[in-house]
Write a new protein. Structure first.
Length: 491
């Protein structure tokens, strides 16, 4: 805090000394970055505690208070007043503009800072910078970074949109894609890629601020889907492809996302671009989470164009989902979205070759932090598969009983998982006739050897108000406990 105050004094007294101004602005960027890193670390720790406690909502307010507790003191030193003044004075000095944008991004995340940015016409100055440096990917990227830090609430998003800075940046980003690569150095390529990533991150931030629902349609009207498609088709950077899919996923629940403002249908192009990312970035877990979550969202959409629906049920969509499960079976985030998509992909006849990757993924996720949804979805898929007469023995041979028991043991207090597990067990022992004596005996013996009855009895006692468990558990216990012939004759 005292160092920040000294730097602000130096800037006030030495405004004409460019070298000193550059050094002071760099120092402010570093100091503000240290505060952000400290807050981010605390947020990460809280997120871990939150996942382990299974208590959604706790911790987020503490993080915001912690963040504000550090940043507002730097803001109150007069950082923004002197910073915006210096930016106007040295508008032609790239180093001053870049470090100032970084400081703005780091410090603008609390309400006090946003009020000061508004007070000192900070957005007007940033807009001038966008126009002044329209050819500099490096500076435009830093401006996007600053705007993303600023746009933390609905009022801030309104200010950005009303100033039309987002429109200016998207126009520049679109123009950049159509420009031939001049002086294609490694530094310039990295700067260009970084700018596009930050454009995606800014759009995602502006479109997802809580309570600001109309912004999604605003960006759809600006052509964000066509822009992202173009980027995915022309760029090979994996972090860039991941950022594009993460931004695209924000819009896939919005009605009409597959038909742009001029009435042109883009649904198939979007799906093709997502599948290309999934295939091109097969080994990258972030890219797989981003691309497969897009497919999941499309499959969950209630307002799809009929052409998009048809395209989603082509075999290559299922292949991408299954490959993601195979390659990333120990990554719960990938598995969760892949299972979410798989549940929507109705298969006329289940392929037994899919059992191994599905069961492996469920087994790998059980017990890991933030894995309960992946486990739940996996059990629901198993339940659906086990309802098919021809799959029951294959499931048992593949180890499904062990997976179900592990899940019931690890998530004894999770109602949804216990319901899904009992449903899967119920389907495994149901719909047998007397002619299926051998198959049923095989299944029954496997369930007896694993002590399945113990977990079913515990679930029945713990969730006495669950209609599903109370309906399925007596059938499971009777199937395991009574003689095979007696059960088959009376079932």
């Amino acid at each position: 805090l005292s160092m920040t105050m000294q730097i602000v004094r130096i800037l006030r007294k030495n405004r004409k000394n460019l070298e000193l101004v550059e050094a002071a602005c760099d120092c402010l960027a570093v100091l503000s970055d240290l505060e952000t890193a400290s807050s981010t670390m605390m947020k990460s720790n809280e997120a871990t505690d939150l996942a382990q406690s299974n208590n959604p909502g706790s911790g987020s307010a503490d993080f915001r208070n912690h963040q504000k507790g550090h940043h507002w003191r730097l803001v109150k030193c007069g950082v923004f007043k002197i910073l915006f003044s210096v930016m106007k004075q040295y508008i032609d000095q790239e180093s001053v503009v870049i470090s100032s944008c970084r400081t703005i991004a780091n410090l603008s995340r609390d309400e006090t800072a946003r009020k000061e940015i508004e007070q000192y016409s900070g957005l007007d100055i940033l807009k001038v910078m966008v126009e002044r440096y329209s050819e500099s990917s490096n500076i435009l990227g830093e401006i996007c970074f600053a705007l993303r830090g600023f746009a933390m609430d609905e009022a801030a998003v309104d200010m950005v949109v009303n100033a039309k800075i987002d429109v200016l940046i998207l126009k520049r980003a679109e123009k950049l894609l159509h420009e031939p690569s001049r002086k294609s150095t490694t530094t310039m390529t990295k700067s260009r890629t970084n700018f596009i990533i930050r454009v995606c991150e800014l759009v995602k931030q502006l479109a997802t601020v809580q309570g600001y629902k109309t912004e999604k349609q605003h960006f759809l009207n600006l052509g964000i889907m066509q822009y992202i498609i173009h980027v995915l088709q022309s760029e090979e950077s994996i972090p860039l492809k991941s950022a594009c899919c993460e931004t695209m996923s924000v819009f896939l629940h919005t009605a009409g996302w597959d038909t742009v403002s001029n009435g042109k249908y883009v649904g198939e192009d979007v799906i093709e671009a997502i599948l290309d990312v999934s295939q091109f970035c097969r080994q990258n877990s972030r890219a797989q989470v981003a691309s497969i979550s897009c497919l999941e969202r499309i499959l969950n959409s209630n307002s799809l164009d009929s052409r998009s629906k048809t395209r989603m049920f082509h075999s290559d969509v299922l292949d991408s989902v299954i490959q993601a499960i195979r390659v990333h079976s120990d990554d719960c985030a990938v598995v969760e979205h892949a299972f979410g998509a798989l549940r929507r992909l109705k298969m006329e006849e289940f392929d037994e070759e899919l059992l191994e990757p599905i069961l492996t993924a469920v087994h790998n996720c059980i017990g890991k932090p933030v894995s309960s949804r992946a486990t739940l979805l996996g059990l629901q898929i198993i339940s659906e598969i086990s309802s098919q007469t021809g799959t029951k023995r294959a499931l048992i041979d593949a180890g499904v009983a062990e997976v179900i028991c592990d899940a019931m043991k690890s998530y004894g207090t999770n109602r949804e998982i216990q319901v899904a597990a009992c449903s899967a067990l119920y389907n495994l022992v149901s719909q047998f006739g007397v002619t299926s004596y051998s198959s049923f005996q095989h299944i029954k013996s496997s369930l007896q050897d694993l002590g399945v009855s113990k977990y079913v009895i515990e679930a029945t006692a713990n969730f006495s108000d669950s209609e599903e468990i109370q309906k399925t558990s007596p059938v499971i216990e009777r199937a395991i406990g009574s003689s095979t012939l007696s059960y088959l004759l009376t079932s």
